[in-house]
Design a protein around this ligand. Structure first.
Ligand SMILES: [Zn+2]
Length: 346
């Protein structure tokens, strides 16, 4: 049976009736009988977390457990998150889950790739001295994305620009996209100059990166939630003061990036899963207009990932809220209705 929903469709803000047939949305009343599953409220194409790493039993223990992955994906789904991007995953998406009827849509960049010449790296990184070959292979093996460590420590030397540029050009030539972890001023600058497709974190970002990202069409994923959680634990010593300075700068760049025409998107990076509503609040606190911040965790993120939203023929993911999340972003924690892949989840 078809599903029918009526409400104010975002981002247009137009009250409409929409129907779901299979995994598609239509605004044309179908001849088949339809079950009305929402009448009133605000309709979004679901939430999106573009920076999440499910699958590890604990953050201190970077191992991959498929059962934990399934649990954490379910937490995302039950929060109304209908699409996810994994910019670094320690294992493969368990068999059958990618197309499961109740699984959010998933895009993975495969492993975290760290260049062997990088000053520091972590145990969970895949270290390679041929970053070009490895990055192209990851992008081809997964969903067109690879994940590079542009740096790993905000005080240590990052991957040089020439290498990042060669990798980015090769991945683009192969039809892929590059997500770059950067948390040092020079690391962000190298990645922004190299033309990567997404800058993740961007701690200490030099001012000129905003224009570079705009020129290259790169998106900015600051993952403010993760940094806000770490901040109280960072000590007030010289290294800690540098960390806090880099943190303040990244918050400032969120609004500047938006003003320069850069798309800012919402990612949580850390636990808990299903928490992208918190990132929306951080983005608003950083100065993003509320409608842009909600879009960063919904329609704008879907567009970036190539997933159509609430348009004729769009994919059948809908979440419904009692009040306008652009006015009360906190309501994003309380979806009244979740439809995923054309089926009612809640
Ligand atoms: Zn991350």
């Amino acid at each position: 049976m078809a599903l029918h929903l009526r409400g104010t469709v975002l981002p247009s803000g137009i009250p409409r009736d929409l129907w779901i047939l299979g995994d598609r949305i239509t605004f044309d009343r179908p001849s088949a009988e339809a079950d009305t599953v929402a009448d009133g409220g605000y309709l979004l194409p679901g939430l999106v977390d573009v920076h999440t790493h499910p699958g590890s039993p604990s953050e201190d223990e970077p191992a991959f457990d498929p059962d934990v992955f399934v649990e954490q994906i379910a937490a995302h789904r039950d929060a109304g998150t209908t699409a996810l991007r994994f910019p670094g995953l320690l294992g493969e998406i368990p068999d059958g889950l990618r197309d499961a009827a109740d699984a959010p849509r998933m895009i993975t960049a495969g492993r975290w790739l760290a260049w062997a010449g990088l000053s520091k790296s972590a145990d969970f990184h895949t270290v390679t001295d041929d970053l070009v070959t490895a990055a192209v292979a990851e992008a081809k093996a997964h969903d067109g994305w690879c994940k590079l460590m542009g740096d790993w420590d905000f005080e240590a030397a990052p991957v040089p620009y020439d290498i990042l540029r060669a990798v980015t050009d090769a991945v683009h030539a192969a039809g892929g996209r590059v997500a770059a972890h950067c948390q040092s001023a020079q690391g962000v600058l190298n990645a922004a100059r190299a033309g990567v497709d997404s800058i993740e974190h961007g701690m200490g970002m030099p001012e000129e990166c905003v224009e570079l990202m705009a020129a290259h069409g790169a998106v900015y994923v600051p993952t403010l939630t993760a940094f806000a959680r770490s901040a109280p634990r960072i000590k007030d010593n010289p290294r800690g003061r540098l960390w806090h300075a880099g943190h303040r700068i990244m918050i400032q760049r969120v609004r500047e990036a938006h003003d320069a025409g850069v798309t800012v998107l919402a990612g949580t990076d850390s636990t808990p899963f299903g928490n992208v509503a918190t990132e929306v609040e951080h983005l608003i606190a950083a100065g993003l207009p509320a409608d842009v911040a909600v879009g960063a965790a919904s329609w704008a993120a879907r567009e970036f990932l190539g997933l159509p939203g609430l348009v004729e023929g769009g994919l059948a993911d809908v979440t419904v809220y009692d009040v306008d999340p652009r006015r009360e972003p906190g309501v994003l924690r309380h979806p009244r209705r979740i439809v995923l892949r054309g089926r009612v989840v809640r």
